[in-house]
Design a protein around this ligand. Sequence first.
Ligand SMILES: [Mg+2]
Length: 201
Amino acid sequence: MRVELDLPDVRAILGRLAEVFEERKDELNDLDTKIGDGDHGFSMARGFGAVRAHAEGGADKDIGELLMAGGMQFNEAAGSTIGILMFSALREAGKVAAGKTTLRLSDVADMLEAAITGITKRGKATVGQKTILDSLSPALTALREGLSAGEEEAAVVGLRCGRREPVRTPHARCDPQSAEPDGSPTGERARSIPALCPGRS
Ligand SMILES: [Mg+2]
């Protein structure tokens, strides 16, 4: 299996993120109430809603441009610290994807690594401090491990699950809890990316 994503795929993924954060914003707000001011769900839903609206405009010529412009939209809509952090993540990932209209999985790994570096610099956080880095960093490790083993499908499942998982084709999922939230896919395009949603293929 050779995984490749194009510009419409990336637009569909951003749309799916907007949908997921909208669906789960109350859950995120509840979690944030325990450690913060209880608005994290609203911020993420507003931010990715703005990214989706921008992506749907279809103005960007390549994936780098889309992510960099999307990061600015996120920051404008969400504001506060998370706005700056996601702006940094999307901008750094976008720089890696500059000029690209298709991505291989190794590009995705480089983009994720750049996003992590951006968040780390801006947020002055390290892995183990209960931040977003605790999910992104293991996902990058699992993705890289799958790639260096020459197992693209394992790499994708690792990215989704944040750890190496046995791949049970054709319905590989994370067990016991899937990283893929319940609910219906957003549309034909998102459904047509079996590599990213293997449980739904
Ligand atoms: Mg807050």
